[in-house]
Structures are given as structure tokens and as C-alpha cells.
Design a protein around this ligand. Structure first.
Ligand SMILES: Nc1ncnc2c1ncn2[C@@H]1O[C@H](COP(=O)(O)OP(=O)(O)O)[C@@H](O)[C@H]1O
Ligand SMILES: [Mg+2]
Length: 260
């Protein structure tokens, strides 16, 4: 069983007599901790796909399962609960609340969960530090640059370490240099906490941050391949205890092989 399982997902919009097939029988599996890029030109169905994965729109046909739960069969209330405890969103236009400062914006998801102000603000401050905004804790969105606002957006999306993070053109309003900074932060944080990131973009340069690139054309999967340009993580130095355990394991395996 994969962490996310999408089976023959189809979405048809009707506008009067016109029929728009936005998604045409998409099937794919995504593993826990995978950074998966959905790449396609404008109108190819990327946002529709993301909205369907998050249960924000009803599918015409097909199923989406996340962690074994059938999203497509949930009621609105179940979906709202599911999203609150399992997902985080990063938007192209940041969607920060203008009357709130950075800490308050980041703490919002915890407020909805009923976490006390002192605790949620402390966690929000920690998240803002992690995205490099220690000096901007009490700035409001209009007092920050686009890149800073998106870092607030990332901190807010990840504050409760949701297993699934959705990002729809997260750097669409940013310049090249800021795009690289924002992408590095979001990828680093998702990897650190083993969060699954579904990243939607039309930009080939963004796709290179992903482990895998799924190319969508006219609502269909055109190609789906691992991204070979991803730099593999450095092999971790084993602690003494880990070395001993590994030695024991290896010896046990050798013994087993000999006795066969
Ligand atoms: N609410 C809607 N009603 C009708 N057609 C829609 C709606 N949303 C999207 N579409 C159509 O579905 C197709 C895919 O749209 P979308 O998923 O937004 O593409 P992308 O995010 O890749 O730019 C487009 O042809 C778009 O016009
Ligand atoms: Mg879109």
C-alpha cells in the first residue's frame, strides 16, 4: 500500500453545454516523504488535481486514498477534519491575514486546534526562526517582501508537521533568486520531518527540487520519472551503538548464509 493512492481520477466541468475534461483518468501512487512535482503548462489540470487530492473539489470518477483513508468517500465535515489534522497548504499568493503579524499568521492552524496562545506563539516563533525570519516576528504581511511572506506561508503550512503538504505554484510571484531560497527552505523542512510534498508548477527549474516529476498534459499523465538531478543525502555517520548493531546483523546474516 502506498501512502497516497490515486486511481483513475477524472474531473469534468460543465459550462452550459460545454464539457471540459480537466482530469482524464489519472492513476499514480506517492510514497511517504516523497517530494513529487506535478509539472504542466497553464490549463493542463494541475490545480484541479491538487484540489482533488486535498478533497477541496469532488471528483467526477475515481478514488483518492491517503494513509489508507478514502478521501473521495468522505463527507464535507470528515474532509474538513482530515485536512486540519493531515495537510498543510502553501499558496502562490501567500494568503496571509493582513491584520495579523507573522507570529499570529503562523500560529493560526494551532489556534483552530485549540492550542493555548502562549504555546502556539512559542511554536510559531520557533518555526519563523527555522525559516530565517527571527527579525520579522512582529511584521505584518504588507511590511514584508514577497519572499518573506512566502516563508511565513511555509512556516504556517508546516507548524503542525502535517504528513501531506500541498504547494500550488508557491514561487509563482517571486524572482529567480528568491524562488531558489524559498524552494530550498521548503524542501529542507519537508525532508527533515519526512513530510510528503506535492508541488505543482509550470516551471522546469522548480521541478528540479523534486524526487520525482509527473508531467501532465491535457489532464493526462504524459510521463512520470525519478528526477536524476536530485543530490542524494550524505551517508550518515553511524554512532558506536549503531555500528555494533550493524556488525551483529551482518554476522547473523553470514551465519544464516553458511548454514543454508
Ligand atoms: N471551476 C471550473 N469550471 C470550469 N472549468 C474549469 C474550472 N476549473 C478549471 N477549469 C478548466 O479545467 C482545466 C484545468 O484547469 P486547472 O486545473 O486550473 O489548470 P492548471 O492549474 O494546470 O493551470 C482548464 O481548461 C480550466 O479552464
Ligand atoms: Mg493552476
Amino acid at each position: 500500500m502506498s501512502f497516497i493512492e490515486v486511481d483513475k481520477l477524472r474531473k469534468v466541468y460543465r459550462l452550459g453545454n460545454e464539457k471540459v475534461v480537466a482530469l482524464d483518468s489519472i492513476s499514480l501512487n506517492i510514497e511517504k516523504g516523497e517530494i513529487c512535482c506535478i509539472l504542466g503548462t497553464s490549463g493542463s489540470g494541475k490545480s484541479t488535481f491538487l484540489n482533488m487530492l486535498a478533497g477541496l473539489e469532488k471528483a467526477t470518477k475515481g478514488t483518492v486514498k491517503i494513509a489508507g483513508k478514502n478521501i473521495t468517500a468522505m463527507t464535507e465535515k470528515q474532509l474538513a477534519e482530515f485536512r486540519q489534522s493531515n495537510t498543510g497548504f502553501i499558496f502562490q499568493s501567500y494568503n496571509l491575514l493582513p491584520s495579523m503579524d507573522a507570529v499570529e499568521n503562523v500560529a493560526m492552524p494551532l489556534m483552530f486546534k485549540g492550542v493555548k496562545p502562549a504555546i502556539r506563539n512559542r511554536k510559531a516563533e520557533k518555526m519563523l526562526k527555522a525559516v530565517g525570519l527571527s527579525e520579522r516576528m512582529h511584521h505584518r504581511p504588507t511590511q514584508m517582501s514577497g519572499g518573506q511572506q512566502q516563508r511565513v506561508g511555509i512556516a504556517r503550512a508546516l507548524i503542525s508537521k502535517p504528513p501531506v503538504v500541498f504547494a500550488d505554484e508557491p514561487t509563482g510571484n517571486l524572482d529567480t533568486k528568491t524562488t531558489a531560497e524559498v524552494m530550498e527552505i521548503v524542501v529542507k523542512m519537508c525532508r527533515k520531518h519526512n513530510l510528503t510534498l506535492i508541488l505543482v508548477t509550470h516551471d522546469n527549474d522548480i521541478a528540479k527540487y523534486a524526487d520525482r516529476i509527473v508531467h501532465i498534459v491535457d489532464g493526462k499523465i504524459e510521463s512520470d520519472y525519478p528526477n536524476v538531478s536530485v543530490v542524494p543525502p550524505e551517508p550518515k555517520e553511524l554512532s558506536d551503538t549503531e555500528k555494533i548493531l550493524k556488525n551483529l546483523e551482518d554476522t547473523a546474516k553470514e551465519n544464516e548464509n553458511e548454514s543454508n
